[in-house]
Design a protein around this ligand. Sequence first.
Ligand code: ADP
Ligand code: NI
Length: 198
Amino acid sequence: MNESNVIEKIECYVKELFEDDVTGHDYFHMRRVARQARELAEQEGADSFFAEAAGWLHDIGDAKLFDDPTHAQKVMNDYLKELNVPAERIADIEAAIEDVSFSKGKVPDSLEGRIVQDADRLDAIGAIGIARTFAFGGAKGQLIYDEQQGRTSIQHFYDKLLTLKDKMNTESARLVAVERHAFMEAYLKQFYREWYTE
Ligand code: ADP
Ligand code: NI
């Protein structure tokens, strides 16, 4: 197996799968998570091929994004086999991405899985995280903000985004998160200033 060839093939496969997503889970989300995971793996002394591959593939089989998650996982497994990725590495990748999702509240067993979880969470905060939140909210027909009710994109900052800084698994990710967190706090301050027009 040639690792950089496999990554290239995975990239094309993921591009096809997520090209049309408008909920903040598009191909570019996968690319940012893959690159961030590779960088964190280098900083943390982890297996960077494993982290990058799992980063690219981490949203495959997510029940929010696939009508038939089990089928999507099986197609991914077949594809990795076709690329001659050894069976035990496929199993490692599958185990890592199984536990990445925020909503499941789990921490992956492998360092590489924990790194992908950090990379996914870093993409949920900061300037990109803010953009993805309003894109998701718009796609789901949710209001930007409403003082009277909580099903809004601004509410999502308090429900999830502002809690992520303290949930990073690695120190390298925590350092990135601190800066992105501060940016979101500044953003919210400005948001309310404009909302309640000075
Ligand atoms: P995960 O895949 O880690 O379980 P989600 O898919 O729930 O996380 O969230 C990914 C991103 O989608 C969030 O960080 C946010 O940008 C957006 N998102 C999810 N739920 C909401 C929501 N209720 N309102 C606005 N944005 C949301
Ligand atoms: Ni994701």
